[in-house]
Design a protein around this ligand. Sequence first.
Ligand code: SF4
Ligand code: SF4
Length: 376
Amino acid sequence: MSDFIKIKKQKQFEVSKNVYNYLSPDYVYIPYEKGYKINVTDKEKVLKDSLVLTKENFYIYSPISGTVLGLTEMVVQDKKTSVIVIENDFKEQVKKIKGVKKYLSDYSKTDVKDILNLYNLNLTNDNGKILLINGIDYEVYEKNRSTIIKKYPSEILETIDALYTIFNCEKCYFALKNNDSENVENLIHHVGTYPNIDLKMMPDLYPISYPKILKRELIMPHNEGLGTIYLTVEDIYNIYNILKRNRPVTEKYITISGNMIETPKVINVKIGSSLNEIITNNYKLKAGDYQIIINGLLSGYETNSLNFVITKDINSVFLNKVNDKKAKECINCGLCHTKCPVGADPRTGYKMDQCINCGTCRYICPAYINLKERGK
Ligand code: SF4
Ligand code: SF4
């Protein structure tokens, strides 16, 4: 494991042990792109879980009950995008859905694939014989996966075991960070009931949690031919909720931290909430001048507006002091190449088609050169 880095953690970015909920936002914003069919009209009252947008076999549901106000513009990922605004009526009235089976093991492989497709959770390689579950957060300081395991250990293990049987797998690896001690202890205690699940303790090194890297470390070279069904702990938790309740995923855990936030913490929010509303109602800022980094201090990207919509791809938000370190001349130390987990060289373009955008080269560079930008 020579091509990984150990990140020296700073206490100010560590999240509080308590996890918070913010599940009644005033508004939600549903990104709209050309080609989608809009299933609602202005001023229409919608129930939670009712269909708002469709595109071929892709469905988007309302995370709240309320009134459709029409279209506006917000930042989605890193660009301005049209969004449908729904104002919350705070009644959380839910659309009735039938067809839930009592036990997860009662579902057939076809049932599971169909119901997951309906809620946009598509399994890659569903004929794979290895089930690989990633319980390690992507980025330093993110604690979403660790939080889910801590809160729902039995649900997670039950779902993994059911999928193992339903998909007729031959091996099942559940990767955890070896210093996530509370979860490690707890899962070792629970896992005795599930002899098919093999817990794999991985060192706290970056970027071990990237799918390509985790597969390389755990599966290759011995079992590569068997094919892998790869899922994260969030996927497992979402699958549990989908199969148990037959409902779309409308909430998600995100880590909000940064050296301009008084108390960094993990928060469970409605998908479609605005970052501005979440921050205003749940976090105290040290000052008004900050930069916003989305999805990690190493691999993330900057956005310049709190009018930013939380979509299902958002794992973390950092509000940090504005970084005024200026890039200097390259001193040819070679670290960006020798520490790259896939052996690429961002200076020359060598093997950049393998780049996983982990940001290690930028983090490690003594001249503060933003090499990650070159990997785009
Ligand atoms: S790490 Fe930075 S200074 Fe070192 S060789 Fe790479 S670009 Fe140059
Ligand atoms: S070149 Fe790509 S994979 Fe290699 S360290 Fe940089 S961002 Fe990571």
